[in-house]
Design a protein around this ligand. Structure first.
Ligand code: CO8
Length: 252
């Protein structure tokens, strides 16, 4: 936290690909809670310390070959992460300096503003369908609130990963910048958002997001149950195994 500006920077550093493991999510939520309770902190920039990758999304190994208890614990942590970021009182900016599939995209979508490095090799999107799994309703709601229903529907059905220029064109990210300008631009946008009185901005944010947040809060246990049942299915485990094998093969 820079106490002069009131802006915190959170750099994801979980090599090789910043996957959102149970440990990562737990630490992330603790750090975010600390910032939320720090009265001197009014905004946070999320970015990555791993070259070329913002976050590779949920850690697939947490969803494969584990017990139903583990799946439930993991899913609760994923929910918690989203509830905290989407419902944050702080100004949240994603400074996306690499690829950001699935859960990584969700983190970015949950922020107030997204700035991405203009490199077309970096892509972002909710590609769950490509893994043979389905983005939950609250991933979908968050996406719809950013890009609108039609764009979200097409992108979700196709499990699209959009190269940065396309992501900008469909409104998934708000602007593109050269890599060397990313942090400077994030600070400038932050200053613009922080120029408003906090209470008015926070109440406005809450007005825009409350219904979607409340929907998960009201159905949280049911959502965990749905996830554990779905992910435990033989056919889904098989899809995940094939996807992981595909990732490994791609390397050789
Ligand atoms: N989880 C766990 N391990 C991963 C993940 C991941 N998400 N992504 C990559 N890895 C592993 C790879 O298997 C590889 O392991 P190893 O070294 O043992 O072979 C290592 O990390 C490095 O990966 P790459 O060699 O592929 O690295 P690259 O720099 O070439 O590519 C990418 C990086 C672009 C991030 C690439 O790895 C990729 O596309 N990964 C897959 C990303 C993905 O599809 N994530 C989706 C996860 S699912 C999710 O987030 C939401 C699920 C919602 C649940 C709904 C259920 C009902």
């Amino acid at each position: 936290v820079d106490h002069e500006t009131g802006i915190a920077t959170m750099k994801f550093k979980s090599p090789p690909v910043n996957s959102l493991s149970l440990d990562f999510l737990t630490e992330f939520c603790i750090s975010l809670e600390k910032l939320e309770n720090d009265r001197a902190c009014r905004g946070v920039v999320f970015t990555s310390n791993v070259p070329k990758i913002f976050s590779s999304g949920l850690d697939i190994t947490e969803m494969y070959g584990k017990s139903t208890e583990h799946y439930a614990e993991f899913w609760r942590a994923v929910q918690e992460m989203w509830l905290r970021v989407y419902g944050s009182n702080m100004v949240t900016i994603a400074a996306i300096n690499g690829s950001s599939p699935a859960g990584g995209c969700l983190v970015a979508l949950s922020c107030d503003y997204r700035i991405m490095v203009e490199n077309p090799k970096f892509s972002i999107g909710l590609n769950e369908a490509q893994l043979g799994i389905v983005a939950p309703f609250w991933f979908k709601d968050t996406f719809v609130n950013v890009v609108g229903h039609r764009v979200a529907e097409r992108s979700l059905q196709l499990g699209s990963l959009h190269p940065a220029p396309e992501a900008h064109k469909i409104g998934l990210v708000d602007e593109l910048v050269p890599e060397e300008n990313l942090q400077e631009r994030a600070a400038a946008v932050m200053a613009q958002w922080l120029a408003l009185p906090d209470h008015a901005r926070q109440l406005t944010k809450s007005m825009m997001r409350r219904a979607v947040l409340d929907r998960l809060v009201a159905h949280r246990e049911e959502d965990i149950q749905n996830f554990t049942t779905f992910i435990s299915k033989e056919s889904i485990q098989k899809s995940l195994r094939m996807y992981m094998e595909m990732l490994k093969k791609k390397k050789h």
